[in-house]
Design a protein around this ligand. Structure first.
Ligand SMILES: Cc1ncc(COP(=O)(O)O)c(C=O)c1O
Length: 366
């Protein structure tokens, strides 16, 4: 039969009327950039996340860039970044002519290895970007302690973790800045690009708001050089509708993960993703570790079963970072994960039967 990796059409069918009504409002108003719908969505996010400020921006990548700029990161500064993450986490650092310094991750949680991060701190280190990969928080208390010891700014890359919780606190709210992505495939995904910065600090919030609008205040008077990083009203109305359903959708994803875990429990070749103490995981991805990952992925594809490889190349070995001198063997866990991690279909409308079909296909492919 086949199972898609992600089925956004099925989800859209359940909210179509509300989304189209919101879009019609924006067109009636003909006000498309920032404005009242963005402000309303920012307030809803701030309340949902339990933070003072939520600042709508143009993408998760721009959320990271603006946060680093607001944190005062300058050319030559070093910023510690895990090597096993999406490119944007490190790309934002390089855009400012600062230097990403890659650290390794924990093999089971896929999140930052604090011992290795600590070993990478130098006189030039100014910030660290922990990533809540696949939808569960990194050890944010540990990261904040490390940051306090060395006076580092912390930018939590919660792009994949909107709605995840750690010890009663929402992902993206632990650090000086939390950054989210509303890329359409995210658990809270828009109808195009979008992102959000969360912070409890009034001054940092003010700087981020200034920077997302070319550093302009008042209009056509530019205090600093910022970026064009605004969120559109069309995204805000779509996201406002979806936010109301997010917890229920995330709950279904966790049920699916539990079903997968059961199907795979008796097989010792498959390492299922553990949830760290105190975390609730939103399973942006359900990612297993298996030997011969590529041959399994090929066999699944032949049967029409979607799967994804996040990520095939660790950041220290990316061509664009060759000048940083990273070599094979530098970060062994990240390197290994790039050949063992396989993400399986997980989406809120997925049926138990589809989970069973995927699980059987994975077991047969081993
Ligand atoms: C971990 C991580 N950081 C940053 C981003 C960048 O977000 P965007 O695609 O909205 O720019 C993403 C998006 O995939 C991500 O997964």
């Amino acid at each position: 039969m086949g199972v898609p990796f992600l089925d956004l059409k099925a989800q859209f069918a359940t909210i179509k009327d509300d989304v189209l009504a919101g879009i019609a409002n924006v067109f009636d108003d003909q006000a498309f950039v920032l404005g009242k719908y963005v402000e309303a969505f920012e307030n809803e996010c701030a309340e949902y996340l339990g933070v003072k400020h939520a600042i709508g921006v143009s993408s998760g990548s721009d959320a990271l860039l603006i946060s680093l700029m607001a944190a005062g990161i300058k050319p030559g500064d070093e910023v510690i970044v895990p090597a096993f993450t999406f490119f944007a986490t490190a790309g934002a650092v390089s855009r400012l002519n600062a230097k990403p310094v890659f650290c390794d991750v924990q093999e089971d949680t896929f999140n930052v290895d604090l011992d290795d991060a600590r070993a990478k701190v130098s006189q030039k280190t100014k910030a660290i970007i922990p990533v809540d990969l696949y939808g569960q928080c990194a050890d944010m208390e540990g990261v904040m302690n490390l940051a306090r010891e060395h006076d580092l700014a912390v930018i939590e890359d919660a792009a994949q973790a909107f709605g995840a919780v750690r010890n009663g606190q929402k992902a993206g709210t632990f650090a000086h800045y939390g950054c989210f992505s509303f890329y359409p495939t995210k658990n809270l995904g828009g109808a195009g690009d979008g992102g959000m910065i969360a912070t409890n600090d009034d001054e940092l919030a003010d700087r981020a708001r200034l920077l997302r609008l070319h550093g302009e205040r008042p209009r056509y008077h530019n205090k600093v050089v910022g970026v064009c990083g605004r969120l559109d009203a069309l995204q805000a109305v779509v996201l406002s509708v979806k936010l109301k359903h997010l917890d229920e959708w995330n709950k279904r994803r966790a049920e699916i993960a539990a079903l997968y875990n059961n199907h795979f429990a008796a097989n010792d070749k498959i390492k299922t993703p553990p949830v760290s103490d105190g975390n609730s995981h939103i399973y942006h991805q359900y990612t297993i570790r298996i030997p011969e990952r590529d041959s399994v992925a090929t066999k699944l594809a032949e049967q029409g079963i979607g799967c994804g490889v996040y990520y095939p190349v660790p950041l220290h070995l990316q061509e664009c970072f060759a000048d940083l001198g990273g070599k094979l063997g530098d970060l062994p866990v990240s390197e290994r994960l790039c050949s063992t991690a396989l993400s399986l279909p997980v989406f809120d409308r997925m049926t138990d039967q589809q989970v069973e079909e995927v699980s059987k296909a994975v077991l047969a492919a081993l």
